[in-house]
Write a protein that binds this ligand. Structure first.
Ligand SMILES: Nc1ncnc2c1ncn2[C@@H]1O[C@H](COP(=O)(O)OP(=O)(O)O)[C@@H](O)[C@H]1O
Ligand SMILES: [Mg+2]
Length: 504
């Protein structure tokens, strides 16, 4: 056996595209793009919103027909005219962002849908459908009650159902288009482990995301698009988050670190030896007035669990917490809010904001007490409170009554921050505040964070993107498996060194 074979260097690509051009009206969504996926690899397709990721997937699956001159090959064979039917029969599967499932049908029926909608659906017995579904789920190492209607399940489980459905029949390559956009950290973790399982079983996975931490954690190679152009294809080994951001945005980091010396400021929050078995242990730190304390670490390092405990949504098993010198143990988040702790949840999309509700209703949700008049909500007080925060945080809206879902990710996040500032907190915990916010709009969020800190608010900034804490925090805690693995001062370390420590 030659060396080339042993290392796999000579293996032909599973999927290969050349010279892909795609135009919508006047917009050139893809310009001479090429793309390649090796058998069984996890490949990330990354780039800012609107750069052409979904369009490329639609070309690959025959939903869109690219301009003349395009070449698509699968398993070494040219595919002159890709169609959704051909893609399906080649084993090219896609988990679309909206999942395209049927809420009223059972999990089993959703997974075996292809079989059901085949030539003679009435000859397929339910036990057979159930068996197909259970086999597909077993391949993912997941157990679900397949007889229950899909609508009983949360978004993360629905996504697993969509993946299981993709595995029915032969799957050679699975595309996942922004699958973590509305998942919590724990759900994301689980999804990433499913991706590993799939890849280990020989199925190639193309993971579409603009979340840097995920991109680096999950994939072995990375293709970056910008404005419809191919920026390049890179091995992930040795890649840093700051480099990926540069590739995606075309902008280099000429940013300065914001870190200041806050060691003379009075302590606001003091945490000593805080532990919750299985989640985090022996966490100690002091948070000072005007300080932004960064907390980073890989997915599953216990950061969110720590935040939820400080916010009263979970209880610590041991350790002490004091807020301005007073013991601070809360049995609910209501108590925490009343005491002056605010928590912007990592899953703004699922939990933090109520998407169909208006901008105004979302904004006042945590501070209703302040707009009561004789026990009822005063519409006048509400309107002026909302107007004040919208102006203060520079949120771009039409009317206060518009549904929050009509705003961009960046503007939604500003409303979510306003919602917590309206509670007049002493400590603001921001958990992954740029998730779902375009790379370009993130700077605006951090301008707000800097301004709040300058005004004296004590802030805990949690992020799995090391550059975010490096550039925006005064000090950084690095967590690993529930423990503090290190402290960093951005003024005396480089971004590269900090990233190396976190990814060691
Ligand atoms: N069906 C369509 N009609 C018109 N323009 C489209 C259509 N689909 C995508 N575009 C445009 O093509 C560009 C790339 O979009 P898309 O592939 O959805 O980006 P991404 O998935 O990377 O966010 C954007 O400018 C988008 O507005
Ligand atoms: Mg897309």
């Amino acid at each position: 056996m030659s060396n080339a074979t042993e290392t796999g260097a000579a293996a032909p690509p599973l999927l290969s595209l050349r010279n892909i051009n795609m135009t919508f009206g006047g917009v050139r969504a893809l310009k001479n793009v090429s793309f390649e996926v090796m058998p069984g690899e996890v490949h990330c397709l990354a780039g800012e919103n609107g750069c052409g990721k979904s369009t490329l997937i639609k070309v690959i699956t025959g939903v869109y027909k690219p301009a003349a001159g395009a070449e698509i090959a699968f398993d070494g064979e040219t595919v002159p005219h890709m169609t959704p039917g051909i893609a399906q029969s080649l084993g090219i599967k896609v988990i679309w962002q909206d999942l395209a499932l049927f809420p009223e049908m059972t999990v089993a029926e959703n997974i075996a849908f292809q079989t059901l909608s085949g030539a003679r659906p009435r000859f397929v017995s339910y036990p057979k459908i159930r068996r197909i579904a259970e086999e597909a789920l077993a391949r993912l190492g997941v157990k679900l009650d397949v007889d229950r209607p899909l609508k009983d399940f949360a978004i993360a489980q629905r996504q697993i159902v969509a993946i299981a459905r993709a595995l029915v029949g032969e799957a050679r390559i699975v595309f996942m288009d922004e699958p973590t956009a509305s998942l919590t950290q724990a759900e994301t973790d689980h999804l990433l482990s499913i991706v590993h399982t799939l890849s280990a079983s020989g199925v190639a996975v193309v993971f579409v995301s603009h979340r840097l931490a995920e991109v680096l954690e999950i994939s072995s190679r990375l293709t970056v698009l910008r404005d419809g152009n191919l920026v390049g294809v890179y091995p992930v080994a040795g890649m840093t988050q700051s480099r990926v951001t540069e590739l995606m945005t075309g902008r280099t980091f000429d940013q300065n670190v914001r870190a200041r010396d806050v060691s003379k400021n009075p302590v606001v929050l003091s945490v000593k030896g805080l532990s919750r078995p299985g989640e985090f242990s022996d966490i100690s730190f002091e948070l000072r007035r005007g300080e932004t304390l960064g907390v980073t670490g890989l997915l599953g390092s216990g950061r969110t669990e720590l935040a939820l405990t400080l916010f009263g949504m979970r209880q610590a098993a041991s350790g002490t917490v004091t807020l301005e010198g007073v013991p601070a143990y809360f049995s609910s988040n209501r108590e925490a809010i009343a005491a002056g702790i605010a928590y912007l949840s990592e899953d703004r999309l699922a939990l933090g904001l109520n998407q169909p509700q208006s901008i105004a209703d979302n904004l006042v949700q945590a501070s209703l007490d302040s707009i009561l008049s004789g026990g009822l909500i005063s519409s006048e007080k509400k309107r002026s409170l909302v107007a004040r925060w919208i102006a203060d945080l520079g949120v771009k809206i039409g009317k206060q009554e518009d549904a929050i879902c009509t705003l961009s990710g960046g503007n939604q996040q500003r409303v979510a921050i306003a919602k917590w500032l309206a509670t007049n907190p002493k400590v603001l915990i921001l958990d992954a505040p740029t998730v779902g916010v375009d790379v370009g709009a993130r700077a605006g969020i951090f301008e707000i964070v800097a301004r709040l800190a300058e005004a004296g608010l004590a802030i805990i900034l949690i992020s799995d993107e090391v550059p975010e804490v490096y550039f925006n925090a005064d000090r950084v805690i690095h967590m690993e498996k529930g423990r503090i693995a290190g402290w960093h001062d951005p003024r005396s370390t480089t971004l590269k060194d900090m990233e190396a420590a976190v990814y060691a």
